[in-house]
Ligand binder design. Structure first.
Ligand SMILES: Cc1ncc(COP(=O)(O)O)c(C=O)c1O
Length: 387
């Protein structure tokens, strides 16, 4: 597959360092200039008169943004709250569950490390435990559903699955998982979908899944400023969702109590619709087609020079390349290698260890060109030989 034609002018919408091959949009996003400007105008408005900014009309503006963003992901705005990030959303869900000794939480071995940590901390406090489903890396959805169900026992209270996995960049069949868990355990087991990467990548990612809880970041693929995420819940959980930080709107309940956090920085949320505007102006489908084709092209180039086999294609703008045996095999080695790629090749990639093997994750965005991937293709084999 050849590299796709660039989207005319799209590169100029971003302010990334031209000297760096930025192939890691997936970790922290990269905010378009128009969105940075919108946020700066909001900051200017705050600093012109802070008491007035916070006391006149702010709640209505936040509620308006919530409705706008909820519609974008196909969520019910009354069952959806703005939160700072997926991590906050996940901790909010865990705090509302009332887990006790003997209860079990199921995660998968593709799960995000900080989410696993949050579960482990809760387990230590409550006497619950975490059971990890080993999910295959291939594209067999039946096998994924079966692996998750195998981990569900009579003690399971919560299942956490990623819609798009971070380390392995797979799309998991979350709707089927929700249906299968329901069929097996009814409402005794809740399902949390960690959709950190879904907004902007998957159409209407909340609608139709039927999960108890859903968290998604707008600051990765929907061009929002960092600090913009949504937590969406099923009606039966609404009353149980409390803010992790108690402030003036505590008694107002979900979603207001999660959103009104005193002297919080509301500018990322208020500027987030500008991100959607940029995305829609470029054309969501055109952006997706370009990015997915470029990520796949880069993956093919790198896999060839490293002589490795890649997992089945996903159509995502994030692809992974398994590294030769021994490179980045544990998390410490993977982190050190990512740092060396950054230092020596001026290239940013995702890199993590999964089942004892290093996986390099390539993200593609409209600001990337084939040359960004070429730098890695030329430099990485030498760097690995030296390491
Ligand atoms: C699958 C997944 N879950 C959760 C997160 C955490 O996102 P945040 O740091 O914005 O809370 C990430 C971040 O990359 C992720 O990939």
């Amino acid at each position: 597959m050849s590299a796709p034609e660039p989207i005319p002018g799209a590169r100029l919408l971003f302010s990334n360092d031209a000297a760096v091959a930025q192939l890691n949009h997936g970790s922290f996003g990269l905010v378009p200039i128009a969105v940075q400007r919108a946020q700066q105008r909001l900051r200017d408005e705050v600093e012109a008169n802070p008491p007035r900014f916070f006391s006149v009309g702010l709640e209505a503006r936040v509620a308006h943004v919530r409705r706008h963003l909820a519609a974008f992901v196909g969520a019910d705005p009354d069952l959806t709250a703005l939160v700072d990030n997926a991590t906050t959303g996940t901790s909010t869900v865990l705090a509302g569950l009332d887990l006790g000794g003997g209860d079990e939480v199921v995660t998968t071995d593709h799960g995000y490390g900080a989410v696993d940590l949050a579960v482990d901390v809760l387990c230590r406090r409550t006497g619950a435990s975490r059971r990890v489903a080993r999910v295959p890396l291939g594209d067999d959805d039946d096998a994924v559903v079966e692996a998750v169900l195998d981990a569900v026992t009579g003690r399971t209270r919560l299942v956490i699955v990623d819609h798009i996995t971070a380390t392995t960049a797979r799309v998991l069949p979350v709707r089927r998982i929700v249906e299968a868990v329901r069929a097996r355990a009814g409402e005794r087991v809740a399902v949390l979908v960690d959709a950190a990467h879904a907004p902007g990548l998957l159409p209407d990612p909340v609608a139709g899944i039927g999960a108890d809880f859903w968290v998604g970041n707008l600051h990765k693929w929907a061009y929002a400023p960092r600090g913009t995420a949504l937590l969406s819940v099923a009606p039966r959980w609404r009353e149980r969702m409390r803010s992790l930080v108690v402030s003036w709107s505590e008694e107002a309940g979900f979603p207001d109590s999660l959103e009104w956090l005193g002297a919080h920085d509301y500018t990322p949320w208020l500027a987030a619709p500008t991100g959607l505007f940029v995305l829609r102006s470029l054309g969501i489908d055109a952006v997706h087609r370009h990015n997915a084709a470029l990520a796949e092209h880069g993956q093919a180039l790198l896999a060839e020079v490293l002589d490795v086999t890649v997992p089945p294609r996903t159509g995502l703008p994030m692809t992974v390349v398994p590294l030769p045996q021994g490179a980045g095999a544990d998390q410490t080695a993977a982190t050190a290698l990512r740092r060396r790629i950054s230092d020596d090749l001026a290239t940013e990639v995702g890199l993590a260890s999964w089942r004892g093997r290093g996986y390099l994750r390539l993200s593609a965005q409209v600001y990337n060109r084939e040359e960004d991937f070429q730098r890695l293709v030329e430099g990485l084999p030498k760097l690995l030989r030296r390491s």
